[in-house]
Design a protein around this ligand. Structure first.
Ligand code: FPP
Length: 246
């Protein structure tokens, strides 16, 4: 790992436990260079790999990335295929390196429409990385925040129908237990590069009290310096969770 040696611009005792990223701006990054959009996604996957290494080095416990949304199928077939191809390439090439760094990778989303080849690679990745005890990376793939909540609601309804649960016993814990993110603390910080200031159906339930950090930097340019800036900004925030200022 390429570790930074200079003084850190933030308190290393107060690192967010969980950081989520909307990896936005890949297309524009490529267009600015006269390259096809797919070259931007390729640069974006490099940026993802570097960010995972930096976050693991800082002691972040969970990193969640939005790789492909339930709405991204609306993009041209060529771009969808390129993103799926990149994921395959990435998993083939990098999983061993992540495992060596004790980083665990898992996937959140409806994986059923993905190609059998990609699903097999995902299963192999799960198998290889489940022994890792370091940072967990959650890759959201064919993921939608509304879809995640709907699936959990459906599972609750099924449990009620089959007598395992009564409606009056349904609380937040019961719903959360049926979501992709069960057992994972909610993001402390949600980072969106690329200049847009919206949540785009990402982690709708989980981000109820997350701190948001937006920047114009495009995802392929989002490196160590940008990560440090986001954490420094996070540490200036006063998290109140609906209560009074501390
Ligand atoms: C958003 O940028 C990015 C995506 C929809 C795809 C992100 C996918 C990857 C980085 C590929 C591989 C992922 C991993 C985890 C290896 P955009 O295309 O909307 O950018 P734009 O707003 O500039 O058009």
């Amino acid at each position: 790992m390429n570790k930074e040696t200079g003084p850190l611009p933030f308190d290393k005792e107060n690192i967010p436990r969980h950081i989520a990223f909307v990896m936005d701006g890949n297309g524009r990054w490529a267009q600015k260079r006269g390259l096809p959009r797919t070259a931007g996604h390729s640069a974006g996957s490099e940026s993802f790999h570097k960010a995972a290494e930096i976050l693991a080095e800082l002691g972040v416990r969970h990193m969640t990335v939005y790789a492909f949304s339930t709405e991204n199928w609306k993009r041209p077939l060529e771009e969808v295929s390129a993103i799926m191809g990149l994921l395959e390439k990435y998993l083939r090439r990098s999983i061993r390196e992540l495992v060596e760094n004790n980083i665990r990778l898992d996937f959140w989303g409806d994986l059923s429409p993905l190609s059998p080849k990609l699903r097999k690679l995902i299963d192999q990745t799960d198998e290889l990385s489940k022994q890792c005890t370091g940072m967990q990376v959650h890759v959201c793939l064919n993921y939608g925040g509304r879809d995640e909540i709907l699936r959990a609601a459906r599972a609750l309804a099924q449990d009620c129908l089959e007598g395992r649960l009564s409606p009056e016993d349904i609380g937040e814990k019961e719903l959360e237990g049926r979501m992709y993110s069960h057992d994972v603390p909610p993001p402390d910080l949600l980072v969106r590069p690329g200049g847009e200031m919206r949540i785009s159906n990402f982690l709708l339930w989980e981000c109820a009290y997350s701190e948001f950090y937006f920047t114009d930097t495009l995802w392929p340019d989002f490196g160590r310096e940008e990560i440090y800036k986001a954490i420094a900004e996070f540490q200036k925030r006063n998290r109140r969770y609906g209560g009074l200022s501390r």
